[in-house]
Design a protein around this ligand. Sequence first.
Ligand SMILES: NC(=O)c1ccc[n+]([C@@H]2O[C@H](COP(=O)([O-])OP(=O)(O)OC[C@H]3O[C@@H](n4cnc5c(N)ncnc54)[C@H](O)[C@@H]3O)[C@@H](O)[C@H]2O)c1
Length: 303
Amino acid sequence: MLPIDLRGKRAFIAGVADDAGFGFAIAKAFAEAGATVCVGTWPPALGIFEKLLERGKLGESMRLADGSSMAFEKIYPLDAAFDTMAEAPEEVRENKRYKERGDFSIAGLTAALEADFGAPCLDVVVHSLANGPEVKLPLLATSRGGYLTAVSVSAYSNVSLIRHLIPLMRPGGSFQSLTYMASERAIPGYGGGMSSAKAALESDTRTLAMEVGRQHGFRINTISAGPLASRAASAIGKIDRMIDYCRKNSPIDRDLSAMDVGHVAAFLASPLAAAITATTMYVDNGYHSMGMGIETPVLDATD
Ligand SMILES: NC(=O)c1ccc[n+]([C@@H]2O[C@H](COP(=O)([O-])OP(=O)(O)OC[C@H]3O[C@@H](n4cnc5c(N)ncnc54)[C@H](O)[C@@H]3O)[C@@H](O)[C@H]2O)c1
């Protein structure tokens, strides 16, 4: 047997606020493989997430294969739009969802992890977050502010997270993020600069893998996932039609589950993937390879 064994390793996953998205599935896969898992949650979503956990509403989703329940070692407030608290505008710092949370910046997260567990304390870091305030607008109609926010929150945050957390990484450590093929193919409905942000994220993966690999020996990869009806994707709209279209037009005719991505993330985090870095890994039932639909398209360029 060739196991994925993450026992004794600690993961930090940025972008978990419910049980529907990729971040949660990755946390679960890591826990199944024996890792301890900390997560970072966007302050506006943190209160609801804490209540869901406290009230046991995620009970079934939290159950591991051996019957035990997954437990997050710690949940940190994190707004990845800010490297330091000095960058957060007063209206954000004073907002009721942020005010009581302490330092929710990437620097604050780094300091809190070090205070809680010492340095080094991490083996794998996953960036599983994105936000584009104008995602519903075509790129052509996107404002400069909307575009820059999409790139800042969805791509630069990964650069910053990696830079800040490198000093906390143990030997053999690795970083991952989640991307989408709108980075390299035109996808109707994925606007607001989000396609640009994903292109930046994938390019940065290659450059950072070189810089960080040579300097520190850590690996950096990104997983290009097929469509999933997560909370973020459902907010964009059209996700059900995208899922249906991809299923009908992919080499493998099956639904993509969040756990498909979780399992690949666990493999990438493990020593089995020691030679894999700087890679965009497709987990999409092969959809990225298609040049023409197998069945009649349901989306067109005006959607
Ligand atoms: N769902 C899909 O179809 C799909 C496909 C390919 C890639 N992805 C990517 O997967 C990743 C996870 O998304 P998901 O679809 O699983 O949805 P999700 O809703 O589970 O995760 C997105 C998370 O980002 C968090 N977030 C938003 N702004 C933030 C900020 N400023 N600071 C910190 N956290 C912030 C949200 O609170 C949420 O928890 C994203 O990078 C997304 O682009 C999603």
